[in-house]
Design a protein around this ligand. Structure first.
Ligand SMILES: [Zn+2]
Length: 136
């Protein structure tokens, strides 16, 4: 039997998150070291060196803050599809009764679906569309 090892897309995505986290930790550690070196240089009256280290340290923290801030919207985007409702519109060709219900697996336009509730006809799917969650 052949077994797949480490080639699944899920593992790849997890590895990418892990790399991002590791990079953030490394940058954070370097930023802390730079700040420490900066304060030490400041204590030794080496203002220029202290300033350089402080700038490196500060920009390291800014980079972390920026990537953390950027990471949030993408996490929200992945949750977005759950909020979108898919609506199926059904119409009876005999009495023109119109009905909407949530999309069900196997629905397609012009599919003969459930029997009409008003006459003996059969409802036909006329539209399938999305509806974003209404906010009040
Ligand atoms: Zn009908």
């Amino acid at each position: 039997m052949k077994r797949m090892s480490g080639t699944t897309p899920i593992a790849g995505g997890a590895a990418q998150n892990w790399i991002t986290l590791a990079a953030m930790i490394v940058v954070g550690a370097l930023a802390l070291v730079s700040l420490y070196m900066g304060f030490r240089a400041y204590g030794d009256q080496e203002i220029e060196t202290a300033f350089m280290y402080l700038v490196i340290g500060a920009s390291g923290f800014i980079a972390i803050g920026y990537s953390f801030f950027r990471a949030k919207p993408t996490a929200k985007e992945s949750l977005e599809p759950k909020k979108v409702d898919v609506i199926t519109t059904l119409e009876c060709p005999q009495c023109n009764l119109k009905r909407v219900r949530s999309f069900q697996r196997g629905d397609y336009i012009f599919k003969r679906d459930e029997p009409c509730t008003r006459c003996d006809g059969q409802m036909v799917i006329t539209a399938i569309h999305t509806r974003k969650e209404e906010k009040k």
